[in-house]
Ligand binder design. Structure first.
Ligand SMILES: [Zn+2]
Length: 416
């Protein structure tokens, strides 16, 4: 690597100093672990530390714990206050990628995905969400996203730069210099890992090499940080040229440990559960009818109805009742697609036949009207039974989640 400074300093100017925390045997443990080790006086509820000193309440104890933390990732901290996202914000880190990247845009999309979906989100309970609908207007003024990703001409002064959680919207940008796209321009570090480093800043992490253990006086910044784990010379947040030991900036175990201390462990987020409840698969319906779906998910973004492969309607919240009007007589395919905040999609497809006077109005209300007579909008086979065949269910981008298709007809099923 010919250039000394290949990675960006965060945009915020980091001035001022706070006292450095002391190193102790409790460095690198979470507050909950620290608290569990403390003796609490049964009669008063006071914590007793250092043999004979009382500490009243969890807030005061947290201050004691913070004073002992020296450790891998270092979070931006000013006067004892961590600069981090709230529990709500950490799940809503939305961004756009400017169309002005031109031919490089696809590479940026792939790298951002590597840095977020298969990067930080695999390590901790945070969620970055790409919003392509804002790409055409992906500026620092766009308040429909938390931050924007844009090209910059920094003449190679840096490869990329980002921001901290306390940055105002106008400064919440991830900017990528042209050199980051040039083979050999990054010292062998992938664009995905460069952006993983930048997204680390957006989560509140300082450069790991500003910790005294790095002994990197050539890379000095300031002391506004709190160590979360012990020093990690190979951290994604450690510049290689500042006495770092990683030339790839790949994530380390300590990176995971540190981000989990700050934001919690990742929560398993399965793709949405989506079932069409009406009409029944194979039903004969009238030209106008409702398609009803039952969708269960913790971070659902949208539910879409497509008819014969064409998107016709989108709903964002329950009830998921799609009104279909004046559909042509004949056979049709109806697909429901549910998409969550992680971009995971579940689809279910049913087939119906539209008859001019079909289905007795065929509104497919799912209210258990199946009379077994073969009319009234029930299954064409008149059995009012479980639905077999013709349905498909699949997990989208994630490992294929197979839903139990046989459950679709359950609500309509008669007890016998
Ligand atoms: Zn940096």
């Amino acid at each position: 690597m010919s250039r000394l400074v290949v990675l960006a300093l965060a945009s915020a100017s980091l001035l001022g100093c706070v006292d450095q925390p002391n190193l102790s045997s409790t460095g690198g443990i979470s507050f909950e672990e620290f608290k569990a080790r403390m003796y609490r006086e049964p009669s008063t509820g006071l914590y007793i530390i250092d043999w004979d000193t009382v500490v009243s309440g969890d807030d005061a104890l947290r201050e004691v714990w913070e004073s002992t933390q020296q450790g891998a990732l270092a979070v931006y901290s000013i006067n004892g206050q961590d600069i981090v996202w709230s529990a709500t914000q950490k799940k809503q880190l939305t961004y756009c990628i400017s169309n002005t990247f031109g031919a490089n845009k696809q590479a940026v999309i792939a790298a951002m995905t590597a840095a977020s979906d298969t990067g930080w989100e695999k390590l901790a309970d945070v969620n970055f969400t790409y919003v392509p609908g804002q790409d055409a207007n992906c500026t620092a003024q766009n308040t429909n996203v938390m931050f924007d990703v844009n090209p910059v001409n920094a003449n190679g002064q840096y490869l990329a730069r980002s921001f901290f959680p306390n940055s105002p919207r106008s400064e919440r940008n991830v900017l990528i210099d042209n050199t980051a796209f040039q083979p050999g321009g990054t010292g062998g570090i992938s664009l995905g890992n460069i952006l993983a480093h930048e997204l680390g800043h957006t989560l509140g992490f300082r450069h790991e090499h500003i910790r005294p253990e790095a002994n990197a006086t050539q890379c000095a910044e300031d002391n506004q940080f709190r160590g979360l784990t012990t020093y990690d010379s190979a951290s994604v947040m450690h510049y290689p040229q500042c006495n770092g030991t990683s030339t790839t900036l790949a994530f380390t175990q300590k990176d995971k440990d540190g981000v989990v201390l700050l934001y919690g462990a990742p929560i398993n987020n399965p793709s949405p559960m989506a079932q069409v409840t009406a009409p029944a698969n194979g039903a004969t319906v009238g030209t106008s009818f409702d398609v009803e779906a039952q969708i269960v998910d913790t971070d659902l973004v949208k539910a879409e109805l497509s008819i014969d492969g064409t998107l016709t309607s989108t709903l964002n919240t329950a009830p998921f009742t799609f009104h279909v009007t004046n559909l042509a007589v004949g056979a049709h395919t109806l697909e429901i697609k549910a998409t969550d905040g992680a971009g995971q999609a579940t689809t279910q497809t049913i087939n119906v036949t539209v008859a001019a006077n079909g289905g007795g109005g065929g509104n497919g209300s799912g209210s258990g009207t199946g009379s077994g007579t073969g009319s009234g909008g029930d299954d064409a086979n008149g059995l009012g039974d479980d639905v077999y065949g013709g349905c498909s269910a699949a997990g989208g981008s994630s490992a294929g989640l197979a839903l139990l298709v046989g459950l679709v007809g359950l609500a309509r099923r008669r007890r016998r």
